[in-house]
Design a protein around this ligand. Structure first.
Ligand SMILES: [Zn+2]
Length: 506
């Protein structure tokens, strides 16, 4: 098949037409229209920029699809708003069935406090409810849900208690996955969740997703992925990251052999070292500036984390360690550097690496540890400097320093936490909304986050130009030299994977 994108601009070059043959870039004709077969598929670029396809190196597409069919609480600004959405949901839910949702953020609520079960009990008397915070690290349960968990003989570790020792409804970190595991799961629903996410991702110009498989439903999610892949139903490419608990499972079921090609590859193991700044569960070296008795939560001892990273490494996987606070980053660096060897050939990486003071940054560089970063956290987490105080906040998401030090950092959305759009991610990395503005990226650095660095962090060949695989994204404007503030308005016109259009705006 031949595909021609006419009247477009390749990044860093003059305008012209791009010719794709058999899934690879065959020619770029500057200033003219190339001669191609009459049955070639033609896309008009209207002068827009073409990039090598964007890659989201950390996202949760199954959760994205899940949230579309459950209760989305993002954007709620007070408890009344949450209660209204919840009671509407309860009216359309059978008595006894679970109601699940995600997206509240106590920092955005006018009440400025953590919600409790008594805020939601009266609107959901007949249904157990679990609502996860926007970060996914904390959940709010109503009394019915607490009762169900007590019936399942779950202990109270990780459950907040009031002064009388009664659960408030808030559950934290490792106490949350057992609650989510109780929700009804079906492979069919998860199959459509992934396809829902694919539609959104291809609209956003993404051609590859680094897909984090959940701790709560890894068997069903992996079955859905294997099913879609073996029937040839996936449009995008995937690198798949499983929870540590699933290593034995994927070996026993031979899932690793079935997800092991250029389209879908089981690449790595995701390990959580800590929580989130928003929930004050990210593990810090010094206490939170706005909560002096609290330094966050480490999920593992150093020994246990070392073992988890080593197990992933020994099984031939890329270890990707979620670490947001500086104490967790330090722990992750220790665990990774014990196995990575010179050059870190297995590309072990830290997810988020949010609070990265200079000593940890240079340790990261020394051991060639990679990172995935989420630029939209910078513009969303407006409260972060209160959490950390002005001194530490200077070392929050130091993207420029990381790239200058030669750390291979790649961009990601952590969707459904943030929008999947890499254009918005690039925008956030360039504007930073006043958070350590000296760490702002240039346009070409921002592009690298989602293209060359992302390919490298997924172990894909470093190819661009003639002969490269035609994973492409066409934008509706020429973005070279564009003011960063205008980038937010740019839309994706078309997305191409392996030479096949998978999205077209027209
Ligand atoms: Zn994540």
């Amino acid at each position: 098949m031949t595909l021609v994108i006419e009247d477009c601009k390749l990044w860093g070059r003059k305008g012209g037409s791009l010719v794709v043959e058999e899934g690879r870039i065959a020619a770029f004709v500057e200033g003219g229209t190339p001669k191609v077969r009459s049955d070639a598929t033609r896309i008009s670029g209207n002068g827009g920029t073409v990039f090598m396809g964007f890659i989201d190196t950390h996202c949760h597409p199954f959760e994205y699809g899940w949230l579309r069919r459950n209760l989305d609480l993002k954007g709620t600004s007070n408890l009344t708003g949450i209660r209204l959405r919840l009671s509407a949901r309860a009216r359309s839910t059978l008595p006894g069935a679970w109601i699940a949702g995600m997206g509240w953020d106590q920092e955005r609520l006018s009440e400025a406090r953590m919600p409790t079960r008594s805020d939601i009990d009266d609107v959901t008397p007949n249904n157990p409810v679990v609502l996860t915070r926007v970060c996914g690290h904390i959940g709010l349960l109503n009394s019915r849900a607490l009762q169900e968990m007590a019936n399942a003989a779950v202990g109270l570790e990780g459950y907040d208690l009031d002064s009388r020792g009664t659960p408030t409804g808030i559950v934290r970190e490792s106490a949350l996955p057992p609650v989510l595991a109780v929700l009804p799961k079906s492979e069919a629903a998860m199959t459509s969740d992934l396809l829902t996410a694919e539609v959104e991702a291809s609209k956003s110009g993404l051609t590859t997703l680094h897909c984090i498989i959940s701790e709560a439903a890894y068997q069903e999610e992996l079955s859905a992925l294997v099913g879609l892949h073996s029937s040839g139903s996936l449009s995008l490419k995937y690198k798949v990251y499983i929870p540590a608990a699933a290593i034995g499972y994927v070996e026993d079921r031979r899932i690793r052999d079935r997800l092991n090609d250029d389209k879908v590859r089981l690449s790595g193991v995701k390990i959580y070292a800590d929580g989130s700044l928003g929930a004050r569960t990210a593990a810090l070296r010094e206490p939170y500036a706005d909560d002096p008795g609290n330094s966050g939560l480490l999920r593992y001892s150093q020994d246990a984390l070392n073992q988890a990273v080593e197990a992933a490494h020994d099984a031939g996987f890329q270890a990707v360690v979620h670490a947001i606070g500086d104490r967790a980053v330090e722990q992750a660096l220790e665990a990774i550097s014990r196995v990575s060897g010179p050059g870190n050939e297995r590309r072990h990486r830290i997810e988020h690496a949010s609070l990265l003071p200079p000593d940890l940054l240079s340790r990261m560089r020394k051991h060639a540890v990679r990172a995935t970063v989420q630029p939209l956290f910078i513009t969303s987490d407006t409260w972060a400097s209160e959490r950390l105080g002005p001194e530490r906040a200077r070392h929050l998401y130091p993207l420029r320093s990381m790239l200058k030090a030669g750390i291979i950092a790649s961009g990601s959305s952590d969707s459904p936490i943030e929008s999947m759009s890499p254009i918005l991610g690039m925008w956030a990395s360039m504007v930073r909304s006043g958070v350590a503005p000296e760490e702002a990226l240039s346009m070409s650095e921002a592009v690298a986050l989602y293209t060359s660095n992302a390919r490298s962090n997924g172990g894909d060949p470093e190819e661009e130009g003639l002969g490269a695989r035609a994973d492409l994204c066409l934008l509706d404007s020429d973005v070279e030299g564009m003011h960063p503030a205008l980038l937010r308005k740019v839309r994706v016109s078309a997305t191409v994977v392996g030479g096949e259009p998978v999205y077209s705006a027209s």
